[in-house]
Ligand binder design. Sequence first.
Ligand code: SF4
Length: 303
Amino acid sequence: MIQAELMTEIRKWKKESNTFIFAHNYTLPEVQDIADFTGDSLELSIKAKEVKAEKIIFCGVSFMAETAKILSPESKVLHPVPAAGCAMADMATAEKIRQYREKNPDTVIVAYVNTTAAVKAEVDICCTSANAEKIVASIPEDKKILFLPDRNLGRNVMNSLGRKMDLWAGYCPVHDNIRAEMLDEARRLHPQAAVMVHPECAEDVVKNAEYAMSTGAMLRFLPKATEKEFIVGTEEGILHRMRKENPDKIFHPLLPQIVCPDMKKITLEDVLKSLKEEVYEVKLTVEMMDKARKCIENMLAVK
Ligand code: SF4
């Protein structure tokens, strides 16, 4: 089936089955285009809490589909390709966190949303790259903090707030590969452009960029930006919305290929199969969902 036919078919099935489709900003452009809502982790979490659909199809990686299920437990949540995981999320396990907690019972554990439901069930509060500074700043000064799993985001928050934290040794392989010298080379090629990177990049990369922000914040910032040209140092999927929503601006990827292979695993064919066959349902125990929901709700309660 050609792409236009697939899209028509998906829209028809979606309507008939009262299904709501979410897509992360890093997914394939055509998947973003058929979604009812596209956003970064924070935006997706907030929307998942509001949506009252009978069925949800989540196009993104598995921890995101789990988060949607935790926040919309009455909906049937489907993840079209369960093998789409997150290398960073796999770097933290519930067992290791329990061991840390035993040795450090008074430490507040802050988990980046890029964690499994089992890990969320063990921690005190969640954060996303969009609100990490706000969440850490909300914790009383006299409390020790462990930030997990992303050492780069944790380090960048520490630098911004001037606050010490224990950092887990995890990282996103896609963003951690970006080097500060790459920014200099991109500037040489595009001297008029400002550089924007994601805070999952290492601290010297963030310090060398004009802007460091979540993908949602980038998209909100761009229409107001005075610059006309940008070098983008995050997963290339975001360029689709950047170009679509800002036709007057020019965007260059920092490197030709900054790609998260897991974010590209879900195709239109998978979405259609998911709609027709109701696969693959995200299943979590009520106990785990209740425990994991607490840290997400603690995050959403921080004003
Ligand atoms: S881009 Fe990095 S953090 Fe995001 S899903 Fe891929 S591996 Fe995980």
